[in-house]
Design a binder for this molecule. Structure first.
Ligand SMILES: [Zn+2]
Length: 436
C-alpha cells in the first residue's frame, strides 16, 4: 500500500497545551501501512516518491464518525412512521415489512444503508440486525458490510419472549457460531443484540452476555426508550429496566445501553458505577415522540456516550452530522442552558474519540468547511458541529483506504444500488400488504 500524504488540512487533534484549541491548522497527515505515521505543521520530508498527495485546503480532517446504533434493514422503511408511537409503528409497519424481506432484498437495503453511512462520514457502524429468520439473512448483511469496507458490528438481534420468540438454545448456538467466525482485527464483527428487557428472559440475557464476553464481543440492547416499556418491566420484575439488568449481573462495560431516555437518577448511578456505555439516539427519540434522554446528567456522571441514528425508519436518515447537532440542541433546549454540551463535546461523542493521533489506524473523514453554510469560519468546533452537513463530507478513509474520495464512493456503485432499491421496495410493499 502506497503512503498517503494529506496536506494543508485543518486537523482535529486532542486538546493539549501545544495545540490549545484541539486543532492543528494548517497541518499534514502521513498515512503509512494503514496507520497515521505523522501529524505535522510542515510537510514531512521523508515521504516515498510513490506517495499519493491529497490536498485538503479548506477541509477539516476528523476521526471518522461512529454510528453506534442503526438497523440497516430499515433503509427500505424510511418516511413511514406517519405519527405513530413506537409500538404501533412496530406492529403496523415495521414487523410486516421485516417479515416480507428476502435475503437479496436485505443485502440491498444493508448496502444502501452502508453507502449512506459512508457519505455521512461514519467509518464505524453498529447494525442491530433484526431479520434473523435463518443464518443466511445474517450472511447477507455481512456480505454488504464487507463490500462497504466500513468497520461494521452486526449485533444479531434476538428475543426469547413474546412474538417471534426463538429458543434460548438456538440463540446461543447461533451467536457462538458467529462469534467464533470472526478473527481479531477483522473489520466486520458480531455482537449479541437482545431486543429489549421486556422481550428477553433473565437466564438468556445472562448466558448470552457471558458468551459474548468470552469471545471479546459485547451485548447491545434497547433499554427504556419509552415510558411504557419501563412500566412493563416494573410490572413484571418490580424493578426499572436498568436496575433489573444490574440485578442480573450483566450491567458492565460490555453491555451497551441503547436509548436510556427514561432512566432515573438511581439508574444513572448504576450505569456510571458499572461503566456501562450508553448510545444516545436524539433524532429517532424525537421522531417517535419517545422523549429526550438526560444527556447532561449522563455526561456529568462520566458515562461513556456514543451517538446512534437508530434505523432509518425512525430517523428517517442516517445523517450523523444532523444527529450530532441535535444531541447538542436537545440537551440545551431541555435544560434551558445555552452553555450545556459544547460543540467539542458533541464532536467527541460523535467520533468516540478526542482527535486524531499518531499510531492510530488511519480512520478519518475530510469535511469541507468552505461551503455557503459554514463559511466564514470563526470557531472550528462550531463550524463543524453547528454548520457542516453530511453532504460536506468529501472523503472517508478506513484503515488507510479511501472508501470515498473527491465526493465519490469507491466501494459501492450508488447509481446501480439506487435503481435496484427502488424496484425492490415496490415488491416489498406488496408482499408486506402495504399496497393491496
Ligand atoms: Zn433501534
Amino acid at each position: 500500500m502506497d503512503d498517503i500524504l494529506i496536506t494543508d488540512a485543518i486537523i482535529a487533534v486532542a486538546e493539549s497545551s501545544e495545540t490549545g484549541s484541539g486543532w492543528l491548522n494548517p497541518g499534514n497527515i502521513l498515512v503509512k501501512d494503514g496507520c497515521i505515521a505523522a501529524i505535522t505543521a510542515t510537510p514531512p520530508q521523508d515521504i516515498s516518491l510513490s506517495a499519493q498527495v491529497v490536498p485538503a485546503q479548506g477541509m477539516a480532517v476528523i476521526p471518522t464518525l461512529v454510528n453506534a446504533h442503526t438497523h440497516l434493514s430499515q433503509t427500505f422503511m424510511r418516511g413511514l412512521a406517519a405519527g405513530r408511537p413506537l409500538l404501533r409503528w412496530l406492529k403496523e409497519l415495521i414487523w410486516p415489512l421485516q417479515n416480507a424481506m428476502s435475503e437479496e432484498v436485505l443485502e440491498l437495503a444493508a448496502l444502501l444503508g452502508l453507502a449512506e453511512n459512508t457519505r455521512c462520514g461514519a467509518g464505524i457502524v453498529v447494525d442491530h440486525h433484526k431479520i434473523t429468520h435463518a443464518p443466511t439473512f445474517t450472511e447477507a448483511v455481512i456480505r454488504a458490510a464487507r463490500q462497504s469496507g466500513l468497520r461494521v458490528t452486526v449485533a444479531r438481534a434476538w428475543s426469547d419472549r413474546g412474538a417471534g420468540a426463538e429458543s434460548p438454545q438456538l440463540i446461543l448456538e447461533e451467536l457462538e457460531a458467529w462469534f467464533s467466525q470472526f478473527k481479531s482485527g477483522d473489520p466486520v464483527t458480531c455482537a449479541s443484540g437482545p431486543l429489549t428487557p421486556w422481550r428477553c428472559s433473565a437466564k438468556t440475557l445472562q448466558t448470552t452476555h457471558h458468551l459474548a464476553k468470552q469471545y471479546g464481543a459485547f451485548t447491545h440492547i434497547h433499554v427504556s426508550e419509552t415510558a411504557e416499556e419501563v412500566a412493563t418491566t416494573q410490572k413484571e420484575t418490580g424493578l426499572r429496566p436498568v436496575s433489573w439488568l444490574d440485578s442480573l449481573g450483566i450491567l458492565d462495560e460490555h453491555c451497551q445501553i441503547v436509548h436510556a431516555v427514561w432512566v432515573d437518577e438511581g439508574e444513572i448511578d448504576l450505569l456510571a458505577e458499572n461503566h456501562a456505555p450508553v448510545v444516545h439516539c436524539p433524532v429517532s427519540n424525537a421522531v417517535l415522540g419517545s422523549g429526550i434522554a438526560p444527556l447532561i446528567t449522563l455526561l456529568q456522571k462520566g458515562i461513556a456516550l456514543r451517538l446512534g441514528t437508530d434505523g432509518p425508519a425512525s430517523n428517517d436518515t442516517q445523517d450523523c452530522f444532523e444527529n450530532m447537532k441535535m444531541a447538542l440542541c436537545f440537551a440545551r433546549a431541555s435544560n434551558l442552558d445555552a452553555s450545556a454540551v459544547s460543540p467539542r463535546q458533541a464532536l467527541n461523542m460523535a467520533t468516540a474519540s478526542e482527535g486524531l493521533a499518531i499510531g492510530q489506524p488511519a480512520d478519518l473523514a475530510m469535511v469541507r468547511l468552505d461551503s455557503l453554510w459554514a463559511a466564514p469560519v470563526h470557531d472550528l468546533d462550531s463550524a463543524l458541529v453547528l454548520c457542516a452537513r453530511a453532504a460536506d463530507v468529501e472523503a472517508l478513509m478506513v484503515d488507510g483506504k479511501f472508501l470515498m474520495s473527491a465526493g465519490e464512493l469507491t466501494m459501492i456503485d450508488e447509481e446501480i444500488i439506487l435503481k435496484e432499491s427502488k424496484r425492490a421496495v415496490q415488491t416489498l410493499r406488496r408482499k408486506a400488504g402495504l399496497d393491496q
